[in-house]
Design a protein. Structure first.
Ligand code: KG4
Ligand code: ZN
Length: 346
């Protein structure tokens, strides 16, 4: 089948996403977020997220079909996130997808959320050259991937050994008195001097590179920002938000982009793509563009709305699997909260 009509359902965290694609053409991408319900807790509350998915799922599905101007019976396949993510949240999407697949008698593809963050780029920039490197930066994951095939060949070159990049943004935002989720708030607040404080660049020293060349660590950075802020407050001094936010952001983006460039050099990849919520970050996009241009690397950056969690990324991954002749998932497939990135289809 050349251009299958595929529905994609995403519910791994706090966004209920329903997307519809025809091959690599995006027809609808409806996202309902429960982020407002988590703000007062300073992070995602799994039970609250699960209930919000239950409430948002059917309306999102109806809106997606209306936007794409299709009837569910026309679909060729249904794709859904099987993991990784919050168990209770994943189960809502998976149960919805199974019910649709069973009732409509359509094949089900239970796929990997992380591979979806990579696949979404196909909607905007077409087929991936191989090999290609992907920098995946989200609230739950931070990895460098070598992508030989989006449907069957993703290998992890390295990942964070502690906090994910988005998690560091969220935790530092809290220290700086900014609301959850912290990433977009720090992005906007970071208008000051990025060299105001020389925050540490995790796993970048020569000795660390021997063992952790493509790994990341952000927990020391988070602690360094907290200590710096505490000591200013102890001395009765103001915390210059724009400068501290810019200095923190520079430390994150410097390490992410340096290691991404090194991964391209090591694998011979001439293309680098970025995905996940933090890939929406303005400074990360600018620094990667600058460093990629210096090295003749082609940078593929999906538009910010496709970087954060959505259903279109799952739909397009499903469509690629259908075109490749991948075997549909069983209707009793389970959610896997810690699904590894190389298991693209369950
Ligand atoms: O990929 P995503 O939507 O959900 C997960 O799979 O985790 O990523 C959410 C993360 C959050 O930590 C959020 O603070 C971060 O992405 N984020 C950003 C930006 N927009 C979202 N971080 C930095 N700058 C942004 N503009
Ligand atoms: Zn995600």
């Amino acid at each position: 089948m050349a251009e299958p009509l595929v529905l994609g359902i995403e519910s791994s965290c706090d966004e209920t996403g329903v997307g519809i694609v025809r091959g690599r053409q995006l027809l609808a991408n409806e996202v309902a977020s429960s982020v407002e319900e988590h703000v007062r807790f300073g992070g995602v509350v799994p039970e609250v997220a699960s209930r919000a998915h239950l409430e948002a799922m059917v309306p999102a599905l109806e809106r997606a079909c209306a936007t794409a101007d299709i009837d569910l019976t026309e679909l060729d396949a249904i794709a859904v996130t099987a993991g990784p993510g919050l168990m209770g949240a994943l189960v809502v999407g998976l149960a919805t997808a199974k019910a649709l697949a069973y009732a409509l008698d359509k094949p089900l593809y239970a796929v990997n959320h992380l591979a979806g963050h990579v696949a979404v780029d196909l909607l905007e920039h077409g087929p991936l050259p191989t090999p290609c490197v992907a920098l995946l930066v989200s609230g739950g994951h931070t990895s460098l991937l070598r992508v030989n095939s989006i449907t069957s060949g993703i290998t992890e070159l390295g990942s964070t050994i502690d906090d994910a990049a988005g998690e560091a943004y969220d935790k530092v935002a809290r220290v700086l008195g900014l609301p959850y989720p912290g990433g977009p708030h720090i992005d906007r607040a970071a208008t000051g001097d990025p060299s105001y404080v020389a925050f540490p660049r995790g796993l970048s020293a020569r000795k660390d590179l021997l063992q952790h060349r493509f790994d990341f660590s952000f927990s020391g950075l988070k602690t360094a920002v907290a200590r710096w802020v505490e000591s200013r407050e102890r001395d009765g001094l103001d915390v210059p938000l724009a400068d501290v936010a810019a200095s923190f952001q520079e430390a994150v983006c410097d390490v992410l982009s340096a290691k991404a460039m090194d991964a391209c050099a090591a694998t011979g990849a001439t293309d680098l793509l970025i995905g996940g919520g933090v890939a929406a970050n303005g400074r990360l996009r600018a620094l990667l563009a600058e460093r990629a241009a210096e090295r003749g690397i082609n940078l593929r950056t999906p538009r910010p709305a496709l970087c954060t969690d959505n259903g279109a990324m799952i739909a397009v991954l499903g469509a690629e699997i259908v075109v490749d002749g991948g075997r549909p998932s069983s209707l009793d497939v389970g959610a896997d909260s810690s699904l590894p990135v190389h298991r693209i289809l369950c």
